[in-house]
Design a protein around this ligand. Structure first.
Ligand code: HAM
Length: 435
């Protein structure tokens, strides 16, 4: 006999099981509530998009696009949409969702909507990264984006404030906010040219990745994690010293806006982030509880992206937080255990004898309609065994429905924590469970 193959989830992806799933649901609801109070509304986005959309927005040379996307050729629905190889176009599982939001903003003409367009999304993202603690190939983000005609730093600061409020709701007390400005189309090219020049001078002391980035994306050398590159990176020119007046003023006003909100921050001149669409503000929130993958959330401004994708001019800022990492930090702190644990089983109905079964079924449905979590076994078992299962399931109450109880029109309702038992008419059971 050949042994049956056992399946496992694919490397880097995982199942979220109960009771953890209750915490995930609690967290998602807390995030939704927080975002809604800041007047964000949900946008539901596709899980896959044209590969080209990510290449043009996140950047073809970034790690995300060049190495980490799950890309496949879609089946052409008809011959016309097939490419010369007879295949459909390339699509990719989304590695992030900002590109999709901007695509949707353009596609649906949202620039004509009144005021700022404030959208949030949540769901899985996919990156073929090397799996490790806090880093998955399918991970979950909650993100928010503001798109419109104003780039006032108050918008940036309010976004950050919203994240800080969510951290508070999650009782996450230790975190660090890092902020930076990486300039705009006006001042960044000259800084990048200068950086490239300086990097060429020290090329031989750099690792292979950084050497390659001198040509492809010198800014990324700034967030190198290689120990042997740290001293060199520290001595490179800082973008803060090369910002144009508009960018410098914007960054100064952002800091003032954070101060007036009493939000502590650290300016990190090396915070360039791994996506190409950013202009001016970049920020990250890190946690000391996360180890190497310590970013809880990251974001920034991307004022040029809409136009780059063929849309109208739009000033935009957004962030995404890593749900997997938030959950890990909340669990480590342990301070929310009671609030976030899923509801316990309210009642386990022990029915005894075929004649009692219809009454038990009716009672179960009635209690469920009242919102209680109820279990009724499909098969009859002995009283002792049924009570023992009720206890092991963590039920608050066992309700005994036997022939005698049905005849008397009163069920035995037993509180398992202290053994207190009452005889109650069907209509009184819910009240006792609630009390
Ligand atoms: P990001 O920094 O690539 O930004 O991702 C945001 C957050 O997602 C990270 O801070 C981290 O918590 C989480 N994350 C990223 N990769 C993984 C992974 N492999 N496993 C677990 N968690 C991960 C963005 O995605 C931008 N779209 C954010 C943004 C929105 N910028 C402007 N608007």
């Amino acid at each position: 006999m050949t042994e049956k193959k056992k399946f496992h989830s694919v490397r880097g992806v995982r199942d979220i099981l109960p009771p953890d799933s209750s915490l995930w649901n609690w967290f998602e609801q807390a995030a939704r509530d927080t975002l809604e109070t800041y007047n964000f509304r949900e946008i539901r986005l596709p899980i896959f998009e044209d590969t080209e959309l990510f290449a043009r927005s996140v950047g073809a040379e970034t790690d995300i696009v060049s190495k980490e996307m799950y890309t496949f050729q879609d089946q052409p629905a008809d011959l016309e949409s097939a490419n010369e190889m007879g295949r459909g176009k390339a699509v990719s599982l989304r590695p992030e969702a900002t590109a999709s939001v901007v695509r949707a903003y353009i596609e649906h003409g949202m620039q004509t909507l009144p005021g700022l367009v404030k959208l949030y999304y949540l769901g899985p993202m996919f990156r073929r990264e090397r799996p490790q603690k806090g880093r998955y190939r399918q991970f979950y983000q909650i993100g928010a984006e503001v798109l419109g005609q104003s780039d006032h730093p108050a918008i940036d600061a309010e976004m950050i404030e919203m994240l800080i409020v969510l951290l508070g709701r999650c009782k996450i007390e230790s975190w660090t906010l890092l902020v930076n400005s990486i300039g705009d189309a006006n001042c960044r090219p000259a800084y990048v040219a200068l950086l490239r020049e300086e990097l060429r001078k020290v090329k031989n002391q750099l690792g292979a990745d950084s050497q390659r980035r001198i040509d492809t994306n010198p800014l990324r050398v700034l967030d190198s994690k290689l120990a042997e590159e740290q001293a060199i990176v520290a001595s490179l020119p800082k973008i803060a010293d090369h910002l144009c007046d508009d960018c410098r003023n914007h960054f100064a006003e952002l800091r003032r806006q954070l101060d007036l909100r009493s939000i502590p921050y650290t300016v990190d001149p090396r915070l360039v982030r791994g996506l190409d669409y950013y202009t001016r503000t970049t920020f990250e929130i890190t946690s000391p509880h996360l180890g190497a993958q310590n970013a809880l959330a990251g974001g920034g401004r991307y004022d040029g992206l809409s136009e780059m994708l063929g849309g109208p001019p739009a000033k935009c800022i957004g962030f995404a937080l890593g749900e997997d990492r938030f959950i890990e930090v909340i669990q480590a702190a342990g301070s929310l255990d009671r609030a976030t644990a899923g509801r316990p089983l309210d009642a386990f109905i022990v029915w005894l004898g075929a004649a009692a079964y219809p009454a038990a079924v009716r009672l179960a449905r009635r209690l469920r309609q009242e919102g209680f979590r109820v279990e009724i076994p499909a098969e009859e078992s002995k009283l002792k065994k049924a009570l023992s299962l009720a206890e092991r399931l963590g039920a608050r109450f066992a309700i005994i429905v036997g022939d005698q109880e049905v005849a008397a029109g009163a069920y035995a309702v037993k509180r398992l924590a202290d053994g207190e038992q009452r005889k109650l008419a069907e209509s009184d059971v819910a009240g006792f469970l609630r009390g």
